[in-house]
Design a protein around this ligand. Sequence first.
Ligand SMILES: Cc1cc2nc3c(=O)[nH]c(=O)nc-3n(C[C@H](O)[C@H](O)[C@H](O)COP(=O)(O)OP(=O)(O)OC[C@H]3O[C@@H](n4cnc5c(N)ncnc54)[C@H](O)[C@@H]3O)c2cc1C
Length: 333
Amino acid sequence: MPTLTPFDLCSRNTLALPCQGAKVQVVDSVDDAVNVLSGWGELARPLVIGLGSNLVLPELLEEPVLIIRGGSVQFMEGQGDSVTVVADAGVVWDELVAQCVGAGWRGLENLSLIPGTVGAAPVQNIGAYGVELKDSLIYVDVFDFESMSRRRLEAQACKFDYRDSIFKREPRRFVVLRVAFRLNKNAPFTLAYGELKYLASEPDVTVQAIRAKVISVRQAKLPDPACIPNAGSFFKNPVVSKDQALRLANRFPEMVQYPLTDGQVKLAAGWLIDQAGWKGHRASRAGIHERQALVLTNLGGATQSDILELANDVYQSVLDLYGVELEIEPVIV
Ligand SMILES: Cc1cc2nc3c(=O)[nH]c(=O)nc-3n(C[C@H](O)[C@H](O)[C@H](O)COP(=O)(O)OP(=O)(O)OC[C@H]3O[C@@H](n4cnc5c(N)ncnc54)[C@H](O)[C@@H]3O)c2cc1C
């Protein structure tokens, strides 16, 4: 059984924030994770860290931390055109996508190159290019601290929403152990999003071609955390009422707006921040990426408070200018 030790978590978060974990347990399998959690008991609900690509960590973390590494991916046979894929929490998300796409299975290709682990993917229902995790997810196996036991949550019980789920709404209750997906050989592709649209008119577009395109678009648009530390989009796209959207459109005719099926309207957080003049902004240790206004970066030596101070300034200026409240996407610990 692995041991509980102090651990430098700076290299375990993509913002590269300095963070000393006082009590960190690293395990290499789902079964070890369950043994550790059962042993710790109800009161020691840990912070689970995957690859730290959606976390804003403090300089000192005294609570217990669990890191689940590695694991396997299983393809269940015998379902005609479809397959059930079950992946352990510690598997790197993009390695799972690469395996599925490599075998010709459709469903996860638009989610290529999203950093992180399989275990974290249901937490904020990861999404990109018109596809969300929930679209192909069947169930999530968890350790539930309320019953102190393993259980299975079917997709509906996960309460998925835009960048949201029961795992985010009830933090520290569940540890995700495994995730199961239903993928298909012949399902229609989702190609409605900007840079993928032209593929819809290609005669023999393949799942591999879509993954390759998604990867090249992401590499061109988003800074690589290995070179410029960041946590991806720092704010969610805000959703406003139809009336507010109309008032905003009258004042700012060029504002980007996406009507939703429930009558509300989604605004582009990146556009609001860009128009408020933040793109390329550099404070002493934290900044806003020069090509992507949604991405806050560690310019060198930033701590959690540098990042949160800048985020607060951005929040306030968008509120003053547009009357719209931004919501932070990563988890602030
Ligand atoms: C450059 C970049 C681009 C990104 N692009 C996208 C994108 O296109 N779409 C998108 O949705 N996200 C995106 N993200 C955000 C991030 O990749 C996802 O949120 C990802 O799922 C986080 O995985 P992780 O393993 O790094 O989780 P962590 O950051 O380690 O953890 C995130 C949260 O999940 C919890 N958690 C982690 N593992 C488990 C587990 N096994 N059980 C229970 N809780 C757990 C943590 O406690 C924490 O609350 C991007 C991030 C970066 C840096």
